[in-house]
Design a protein around this ligand. Sequence first.
Ligand code: TXA
Ligand code: MG
Length: 313
Amino acid sequence: MKTHHFGSSHHDIEQAAQILADGGLVAIPTETVYGLGADALSDQAVAKIYEAKGRPSFNPLISHMASPAMARNYVEWSEAAERLSNAFWPGPMTLILPAKQDCAISQLVRAGLPSVAIRVPAHPVAQTLLSKLGRPVAAPSANPSGKISPTTIDHVIAGLDGRIDAVVDGRACEIGVESTIISLLDDPVILRPGNITIEEVRAVLGTDIKTLTDADTITSPGQLTSHYAPNASVRLNATEFGADEKSLGFGEIGGDLNLSPTADLREATANLFSMLHELDSRAGSKIAVAPIPKHGLGIAINDRLRRAAAPRS
Ligand code: TXA
Ligand code: MG
């Protein structure tokens, strides 16, 4: 299959929306990472996502919506959902909510669960495309399963060229790590840390909120321990680097590449996946990464780094 490249003109986005309406696969930019989209209401279209990514079928997908109003057609809404959506949508937050009885989202998207993951992305290309299409788009990150998430169109093409119908270029993703996932099925709990921090969520809800610990990973089936893995091995919290190591620095700890020479966690988040992609493409089989502070956005960065360094299954 030839993968078509679209720009971000209205005409191009319209054609991309048509491919989705016809049941095709289109990689689309969001402000977090690129997503591999398919019509969330079509089993056939969604099946192609699993096939293209080589993704285990028990792993459910996020349904992307043009607006909170569209989301409410599919899930049971709640006071907490209202508060969080007012505060953070459109934006880098995913909510897990109970599916409505008549929810039309494909069972393949939900992987058979009685809940649905919903997100309203802020990226203008994603917004335009979702509004034109008028239906939800199921989209995991647009990378082969278990590999590093894509933050540029070049990453998408390197991983999936020839396996998907099209990519839409929306430039480099501003945020650079996947959305914060919050389950509202019971007491609110953060299933995956992201750009929106625990402190921000707590402030909006006005209550305490739990974070998923590694021991509980089963509640979020997608949180496989080895994930976001480069081809090279990854060593963490390195304060010195070996001669055979490709090094990723932070702040004063230099490195071949540096996530943020000024130790700015926002900059480091935006650079994380593209620098891992870059180091992975260079010669050598080992990557070592400097320590990253374990607060604020550093929590999401450390979460992704731990998975990149985890034993491969
Ligand atoms: O920023 C993002 O979230 C990106 C962009 C494309 O939106 N998407 C993304 O999708 O990271 P993916 O498939 O790589 O991660 C989705 C996560 C998985 O860990 C999955 O297990 C979890 O969401 N998930 C989906 N539905 C769920 C559900 N009903 N209950 C619990 N976890 C769910
Ligand atoms: Mg992913």
